[in-house]
Design a protein around this ligand. Structure first.
Ligand SMILES: [Zn+2]
Length: 459
């Protein structure tokens, strides 16, 4: 579970998700492409942030414009019930990190202690003498057993809890269908990387941790490259967006920032969730900008432009290549820790668990256990790395889009599933994006320094 979460984290980072929630024009006179079409994906009233966020008086341009006061005025538009709900959802997520970690550890300890893992290896060896095929058969058994054991926490976290907070749009059947599709994707991708890594470990006994790091990184890059074309469409429909009112300003902004984009894509994320988001994915020629339909339905043009400016920031600031460098360091450190920990723990318990050595597939639960600990401890560092890049993209987006009020609204609507005003330590540990409060404050500081752009009703 933790490993899958890590892969998701890496993929998300490479794809640079900028989840943003929005609903209304930044200024009441602006056109809202969504106002005529009530969205079926709107969250329940109790959960929703204000449907119309207006620029509050304190955030209007004036001689005594104060970014702090403007920020407070924006935050004051959030009804206390909506704030309480979003805080509860997000803070519950902190505990889930811990419960997921502990639950995952119990699952792998069951596999080791009761020798289920060595049993699965024996079964694979009986079925074939061909090593890579043994690895695949072992992996499929491992995946099925851990998915069944992990189902209770998975269904609570992914289904019941999302519904409880009004964020899910699926009933149980379609949700379960997506889970099974995800299982299929894990079966294929996991089998490929397992065969590659066990091959490396068996052939290069002394330096396997170095080569395994390189193989893992290349594999992650491969997954990121194929994901938009081969994986995303398994779950959602993506199509070219054909609404000039939305696309013309976006593509113009892209041209102004030397971004080679001719098309903007839309994804039907409302199939699963009410969350709004957008992302930039791919490298070079495969680079593309995708908006989700929740953002298109509920977002004002100002908001969409603010979000797109942020996404373009990720591209221009080379965040994808920088993430690859960062994860190379993390992965090398992870494999070094893994090697040391495996040698130590196999010396102690290897025989008891029926594991013959590092090249034995039965070692997999132990590998997952060790890497779970590694990534659990690293949570604040990974979050801080991502959050730092997000803050850079925020600043770039403000400069590129010149929509501080659109950006503030986006931050408020994002508050439907993120705590707006955490403490500094809380933000450092748990936030992979700047908090809503800090994002609004940054936007209002930017506005304060650029008041000329907004005077006389000019945008
Ligand atoms: Zn982002």
């Amino acid at each position: 579970m933790i490993l899958r979460r890590f892969v998701m984290l890496v993929v998300c980072t490479f794809i640079l998700c900028a989840s943003v929630m929005a609903q209304a024009p930044a200024n009441p006179s602006a056109a809202n492409p969504s106002s005529a079409n009530p969205s079926p994906a709107n969250p329940s009233a109790a959960n929703a942030m204000p449907s119309v966020v207006v620029v509050p008086p304190a955030a209007q341009p004036s001689a005594n414009f104060d970014p702090q006061a403007a920020t407070e005025a924006y935050l004051a538009q959030i009804p206390p019930a909506a704030k309480a709900r979003s805080d509860a959802y997000f803070e519950g997520g902190y505990w889930l990190i811990l419960w997921d970690f502990l639950y995952g550890i119990v699952v792998v300890l069951i596999l080791l202690h009761f020798r289920w893992s060595s049993g699965m290896r024996d079964r694979a060896e009986k079925m074939t003498r061909f090593k890579p095929l043994q690895t695949i058969i072992y992996w499929l058994q491992y995946l099925i057993v851990t998915s069944i054991l992990g189902f209770p926490i998975g269904v609570y976290e992914g289904y019941f809890r999302e519904r409880q907070y009004g964020l899910a749009t699926q009933t149980f059947g379609p949700w379960m269908g997506d889970q099974l599709k995800g299982l299929g994707v894990s079966a294929v991708l996991g089998a490929i990387i397992a065969v590659l890594l066990f091959g490396v470990v068996r052939k290069l006994e002394r330096s396997w941790h170095i080569w395994a790091s390189i193989v893992t990184l290349l594999f992650l890059i491969f997954v990121v490259l194929i994901a938009p074309i081969y994986i995303v469409p398994i779950f959602n429909k993506v199509h070219r967006l054909d609404n000039p009112k939305v696309t013309v300003p976006i593509i113009s902004m892209a041209r102004a920032n030397s971004i080679p984009v001719n098309d903007v894509y839309e994804i039907d994320a409302s199939r699963q969730t009410t969350r709004m988001s957008a992302n930039v994915s791919g490298f070079g020629q495969t680079m593309r900008i995708t908006l989700n339909d929740n953002l298109l339905r509920r977002g004002s043009l100002e908001e969409i432009q603010a979000v797109m400016g942020h996404e373009m920031g990720h591209y221009v600031l080379n965040h994808i290549p920088k993430d690859i460098e960062f994860f190379l360091i993390v992965i090398v450190a992870g494999f070094a820790f893994l090697r040391w920990s495996l040698e130590w723990s196999l010396g102690k318990w290897g025989e008891k668990w029926g594991i013959r050595g590092i090249g034995d597939t039965a070692v997999l639960p132990l590998v997952v256990l060790i890497l779970s600990i590694f990534f659990f401890v690293l949570t604040p560092i990974l979050n801080t790395h991502i959050r730092t890049a997000e803050r850079e993209a925020d600043m770039y987006g403000l400069n590129a889009s010149r929509q501080p009020d659109g950006f503030a609204q986006a931050a408020i609507h994002l508050g439907e599933y993120r705590k707006m005003s955490p403490g500094p330590v809380e933000e450092w540990i748990f936030f992979d994006h700047p908090s809503g409060r800090n994002r609004i404050l940054a936007a209002m500081k930017w506005k304060g320094e650029n008041l000329k752009l907004f005077e006389g009703g000019a945008k």
